[in-house]
Design a protein around this ligand. Structure first.
Ligand code: ADP
Ligand SMILES: O=C(O)[C@@H](O)C(=O)COP(=O)(O)O
Length: 416
């Protein structure tokens, strides 16, 4: 019976969260969507949705269905996993989904925090930083689907919900769990339904987790989960788990598929270009998924290996992304590239690829759905937030890399 039930708004985010929970001692399984049959046995279950950029009403319906299944399986607390860069559109979907989950749970207030200091995401005075840059100067202002042009999370969240949004600032968070609890009660008394919580260090995340022990719902990045396993251990319902990150051995050829246009992924492609066979598809010149797939298939002939990866990327810098979007519209452009990546993934697996890295959250969603993956067992972490996973059914080893995660050498390091 799961203690913690999680709903993730994309697939890379789900593996990021699952890795965080495993590292902190909870046996965790990630399911792709709500399972048809029984929920798997685990301390925590992460239901991965592809709901970050779909219409808000669909995101709400899918998230509520996931919540029902998790509650029916016995989950005592829910966590809505959103991006550490708070990726959302003008229509949502963080606010509408959080509102619906709050209503379902009868919750009066929820903590909201995307901070993940290990990956340089910090929140100070309600403002989200990526490294030393405000969110809206971090490259995220150019994101193809969810351009983030405001770093003030109180304002961003308030624009997505009729519920009042308050702030628990650094000065309080730094005093620890009791001070946070008092501040939450104060905000709740003033009819705030969400509290954006500052966090600059893991100590802040641990205090936030402790303060939220009795909260029915939390909303945040994987960092917000860091302190939760300790609550369950303290309550005597979670035994000490030995390392739960062992996977069956991997077999087969190596490949990387990149559909993320984030700065980190562009740098990783630049690094890989000089070291391993790298194909950079040009979706602007060939705006056709079948034709892009045919190009990739012809190129990979004779190049696949089990000693170094090949990299196939559709990723492009902001000007090129904008040009394709102008030609086709934002959603059609994204869907076209995702369709191509999904087809190429199927071809790679058919050609014997057994270890596949996918860069990009939406891209990973498209690939995982195309490969009919139902659940992922979480293995060792490659770089913070990105574990190897074992896909069932099928046994493919998959690493779903959030666009902005990983060092420059990630595409080689993953296979080292
Ligand atoms: N050259 C391109 N032009 C336009 N859109 C693109 C291009 N390459 C990829 N995309 C789209 O950009 C989106 C990137 O989102 P995602 O995969 O979630 O990456 P990230 O993890 O960086 O957010 C996807 O929908 C992908 O299909
Ligand atoms: O929290 C994060 O940053 C990640 O877990 C995540 O959700 C990233 O999404 P993508 O950048 O779209 O992969």
């Amino acid at each position: 019976m799961p203690l913690l039930g999680c709903i993730a708004d994309d697939f890379t985010g789900a593996t990021d969260l699952a890795a965080m929970l495993v590292q902190n001692g909870m046996a965790t399984v990630q399911t792709i969507g709500v399972p048809d049959g029984e929920m798997p046995e685990a301390d925590a279950i992460v239901v991965a949705l592809k709901s970050r950029t779909i219409p808000a009403a669909d995101a709400v319906a899918q998230s509520l269905a996931a919540a029902e299944a998790l509650l029916a399986a016995g989950a005592t607390q829910l966590l809505f996993k959103v991006c550490s860069t708070f990726d959302s559109t003008a229509e949502g979907n963080i606010g509408p989904v959080a509102d619906a989950l709050m209503k379902r749970l009868g919750a009066s207030i929820a903590l909201v925090c995307p901070a993940f200091p290990t990956n340089a995401r910090t929140v100070f005075q309600g403002h989200l930083f990526v490294g030393d840059k405000l969110l809206n100067e971090s490259g995220m202002q150019h994101h193809p689907l969810t351009p983030m042009t405001d770093a003030n999370l109180v304002r961003v969240m308030a624009a997505q919900t009729p519920g009042g949004v308050g702030l628990i600032p650094f000065a309080i968070v730094d005093q620890g769990a009791a001070a946070i609890r008092t501040a939450v009660a104060g905000l709740s008394d003033r009819d705030r339904r969400y509290a954006i919580v500052d966090a600059v260090t893991d100590t802040h995340l641990m205090a936030m987790g402790e303060a939220a022990a009795r909260h029915p719902l939390l909303v945040g990045g994987s960092g917000i989960a860091m302190g939760l396993p300790e609550n369950f251990r303290r309550a005597g319902v979670l035994p000490i788990r030995a390392d739960a990150a062992a996977l069956p051995p991997a077999q087969g050829l190596f490949a990387v598929l990149a559909g993320s246009c984030s700065r980190a992924t562009l740098a990783q492609i630049g690094y890989a270009r000089d070291q391993v066979p790298t194909l950079e598809l040009d979706a602007l010149a060939t705006p056709d998924a079948a034709a892009l797939t045919a190009q990739a298939l012809a190129w990979m002939e004779g190049k696949l290996s089990a000693s170094r990866p090949v990299v196939i990327a559709a990723s492009a810098p902001p000007e090129q992304v904008a040009a394709l979007q102008q030609k086709l519209g934002r959603d059609v452009a994204g869907a076209l590239v995702e369709d191509a990546m999904a087809r190429i993934a199927r071809a790679l697996v058919a050609a014997g690829v057994g270890r596949l890295v996918v860069a990009g959250g939406e891209t990973s969603g498209a690939v995982v759905q195309a490969l009919d993956v139902r659940s992922l067992r979480i293995g060792p972490t490659i770089d913070p937030g990105v574990p190897w996973t074992y896909a069932e059914p099928g046994g493919l080893h998959l690493a779903l890399k959030s666009g902005n995660f990983g060092g420059r050498d990630f595409f080689l390091k993953a296979f080292a």
